[in-house]
Design a binder for this molecule. Structure first.
Ligand SMILES: NC(=O)C1=CN([C@@H]2O[C@H](COP(=O)(O)OP(=O)(O)OC[C@H]3O[C@@H](n4cnc5c(N)ncnc54)[C@H](O)[C@@H]3O)[C@@H](O)[C@H]2O)C=CC1
Ligand SMILES: CC(C)CC(=O)C(=O)O
Length: 325
């Protein structure tokens, strides 16, 4: 039986993931859904944000639907989402940003770079080791090239090789792999790329970059489609897969029933496509489109619908199923 782990996490994860979970339940009541409670809230209650047993539970799932976790800027707190990405070796973070006239897939290296976790704070100096390995780079650029092959066949390599030797290494490996695969490619400094994506989004197909740059550039690119409430992502490894909105736990709006659940719903759609139900994925996307066209919109995109009102409308468009929460 297909097993789906549901991780609400923190903040608006408790609001948007139940909507996406219900959409999955509606399309696939036969799946086994099980909750895994991790995050900052769990740490506040128990002193442990994520136990080894939670990682083990996630590894029993065919796919994970994940909300977001709060990662406070504290010296001794380790980000749960980074831990999970590393523990499940989810090295490719795919972040699609698309609308009329453009369709960009940001492919972010997800297990090393600036988020290697090798760092220390001393009395007078703090250091973070930016690890860019040959293995890590080859596998992410090969994943990006595979994606490009299924799309418009164009790869853009985002880096800061003018300053960072680790990015000279990253860029050179990416270029060698692109030439080897015969894929059309170009490369750009990440700062200029950030602006150019906003100015000329139609010029981009697949963008491959390192961890922190992919994190930043995908948040920035979300501006093109109406903000963070709309952009989903897939975290893919060779064995495991986790699907989550690009946004975080949004403490500024948590608990107010105003978060946009579209990113979570689209993440559920990506999950279905990954486990082989492309039709289910398309049904979720189409239901979202139907609801938006009917004028039901959350506040971040100019409407006044609450998270649940929007969610109910999507579930109704999906199959007229009553919402149980
Ligand atoms: N994958 C994860 O678990 C992530 C966790 N975080 C964590 O989340 C916490 C908050 O981080 P922020 O920098 O504030 O980023 P954020 O993405 O949570 O929020 C940024 C802004 O976007 C808005 N926003 C986000 N999602 C929205 C939605 N679905 N609907 C409407 N508006 C939405 C928020 O209200 C806020 O104004 C931090 O602890 C951060 O570390 C941040 C990003 C990813
Ligand atoms: C805690 C952060 C590393 C999460 C984040 O910003 C992201 O990966 O999108």
């Amino acid at each position: 039986m297909t097993r789906i782990a549901i991780v609400e996490g923190d903040g608006i994860g408790h609001e948007v993931i139940p909507v996406a979970h219900q959409a999955l339940e509606l399309l696939h009541p036969e799946y086994d859904y099980f909750p895994v409670d991790v995050g900052y809230g769990r740490w506040e209650q128990t002193g442990c944000p994520c136990a080894d047993a939670d990682i083990a539970a996630l590894k029993t799932a065919d796919a994970v639907l994940f909300g977001a976790v709060t990662t406070p800027p504290m010296r001794d707190y380790q980000s749960v989402v980074l831990r999970i990405r590393k523990a499940l070796d989810l090295y490719a973070n795919l972040r699609p940003v698309k609308s009329d006239g453009f369709d960009i897939l940001i492919v972010r290296e997800n297990t090393e770079g600036m988020y290697s976790g090798i760092e220390e704070i001393g009395p007078d100096r703090a250091t973070t080791l930016r690890v860019v390995s040959r293995t890590g780079t080859e596998r992410i650029v090969r994943a990006a090239i595979r994606c490009a092959g299924q799309r418009r066949g164009k790869l853009t390599i985002g880096h800061k090789a003018n300053v960072l030797k680790s990015d000279v290494f990253f860029r050179d490996i990416c270029i060698a792999e692109a030439q080897n695969a015969g894929v059309e490619y170009n490369d750009k400094y990440i700062d200029a790329l950030g602006l150019d994506i906003l100015q000329h989004p139609g010029a981009y197909d697949v963008v491959v970059t390192t961890n922190i740059f992919g994190d930043i550039i995908s948040d920035v690119s979300s501006y093109l489609v109406g903000g963070l409430g709309l952009v989903p992502s897939a975290n893919i490894g060779d064995r495991y897969a986790l699907f989550e909105p690009v946004h975080g736990s949004a403490p500024d709006i948590a608990g107010k029933n105003i978060a946009n659940p579209i990113a979570a719903l689209r993440s559920a759609a990506m999950l279905l496509a990954h486990i082989g139900d492309q039709e289910g994925a398309e049904r979720i996307e189409s239901a979202i489109g139907t609801v938006i066209s009917s004028g039901i919109l959350t506040r971040d995109i100019g409407g006044s619908a609450g998270t649940w009102e929007f969610g109910e409308a999507v579930l109704k468009a999906l199959g007229n199923c009553p919402v149980g929460r």
